[in-house]
Design a protein around this ligand. Structure first.
Ligand SMILES: [Fe+2]
Ligand SMILES: [Fe+2]
Length: 276
């Protein structure tokens, strides 16, 4: 990563550290801990992580760290929502394993067109040798196929499958919150070699675009706690923007020609929809 982006990423992380973490993590600490334990202890997840780690070579802001966070948050959502769906604890834990597998695998084809459907097929292939039933593999693949932002939710055959798909979507969209500015946007800037002045110009539009995702959460937990992630991310983003404004000169750019100009191309997705 170029020094300028690393410097801005560090600054953004400093800004984010002054905010309290989202209520989701504070309120549901026990479920967060259980999801984490399953993620690191379950043999299927350990094996899957070993397989996907080399595939996430180019981070692009959607690497193993992103996949890990999505997996753990999705597992927490399944545990919290699962009381309505499961009467047997083992069934609930199995659904957590499935959603975490989906979390680990959902962006393995992130660099390709139609990465959700291509990723779903890759996941089917990769899971073929796992001790999973065809229904379970289908459940993971369908969740991955319908995880793209603003896409229509897929319809799964089973309630558990639907929960897994919806939880994956929501946990992935939690990343449009603080993570977008502490991590993702800088890796994507670096990858696309976006000029800092260009970023500055499109920043307000990108930040406003992020807000639209709040309407798309699919689980009750996502609908209730997801918007706080997004609002928090936007607050951090606005502070990052103010920082850019104050340091235009020292960052080697003049913002006069760029500030508040509507972006002309589709690459405004670096801020807005690069996060899915
Ligand atoms: Fe994705
Ligand atoms: Fe993702």
């Amino acid at each position: 990563m170029k020094e300028i982006y690393r410097r801005l990423m560090n600054e953004s992380q400093g800004i984010a550290s002054r905010y309290e973490v989202p209520e989701f993590y504070r309120r549901f600490k026990p479920a967060v801990a259980i999801s984490r334990r399953i993620f690191f202890d379950n043999p299927l997840l350990i094996h899957c992580r070993e397989l996907v780690t080399p595939q996430y070579v180019d981070d692009f802001g959607h690497g193993l760290q992103h996949a890990t966070k999505v997996s753990m948050d999705a597992g927490t959502i399944v545990l919290l929502e699962g009381e309505k769906y499961f009467t047997v604890q083992a069934e609930m834990e199995r659904a957590v394993v499935l959603v975490q597998l989906a979390g680990l695998l959902h962006d393995i084809k992130r660099m390709e067109e139609q990465h959700a459907s291509v990723g779903a097929e890759a996941a089917r292939e990769l899971l073929r040798d796992f001790p999973l039933s065809s229904v379970e593999i289908g459940c993971v693949a369908e969740a991955i196929a319908s995880h793209e932002a603003f896409s229509e939710p897929g319809t799964c055959d089973t309630l558990a499958g639907q929960l897994v798909a919806d939880a994956l979507y929501d946990a992935d969209k939690f990343r449009w919150g603080p993570d977008n500015f502490t991590h993702t946007v800088w890796y994507m800037m670096s990858y696309y070699q976006v000029d800092v002045a260009e970023l500055f110009g499109r920043f307000p539009w990108g930040v406003n675009g992020i807000l639209r995702i709040k309407e798309t959460f699919r689980t009750n937990i996502g609908m209730q706690y997801g918007p706080e992630f997004i609002d928090l991310g936007v607050r951090i983003g606005k502070e990052v923007y103010q920082f850019l404004q104050r340091h235009l000169d020292s960052l080697g750019m003049s913002g006069e020609d760029n500030a508040l100009e509507e972006p002309e191309d589709n690459v405004s997705g670096v801020i807005e929809d690069g996060t899915e």
